[in-house]
Design a protein around this ligand. Structure first.
Ligand SMILES: [Zn+2]
Length: 128
């Protein structure tokens, strides 16, 4: 399936149990180009390869999945503060610095997002 916003390829990402209520679904469909995220009930059969979105995502599945959902929620940081904090901790626990991933995403030329990644990164740093 392609992204309704920009027509690019999308990937299915399983939402970590701790934040399915906040996200509103067990799975999200994420665009590999504009990073828009849509909740879906579709089950995820195989772990997603998030390097399809960006090489900025960690290879480690335990870090990449919560990181992807975190990025998708950045658009509404104030609204999803609790879920974002939970995901941030999951990424850190998997041995990855979420702020560093955001830095890399912000510099990735293959991503064209309306999310102000650099600005959101600053807000996130203050929030956590
Ligand atoms: Zn898109």
């Amino acid at each position: 399936m392609t992204c309704p916003d920009c027509g690019s390829k999308t990937v299915l990402v399983p939402v970590p149990d701790a934040v399915t209520d906040a996200v509103g679904a067990p799975t999200v469909r994420m665009c590999t180009r504009c990073l828009s995220m849509d909740p879906t009930e579709e089950p995820v059969d195989t772990p997603p390869n998030l390097s399809q979105i960006s090489e900025a995502f960690p290879e480690e599945h335990d870090a990449a999945v919560p990181m992807a959902v975190l990025v998708g929620l950045l658009d509404s940081l104030a609204l999803h503060r609790a879920a974002i904090t939970t995901l941030y901790e999951q990424v850190e626990r998997a041995g990855v610095d979420p702020l560093l991933v955001l830095d890399r995403l912000a510099r990735d030329a293959t991503i064209e997002t309306e999310i102000d990644l650099a600005g959101r990164r600053r807000h996130l740093e203050q929030l956590i």
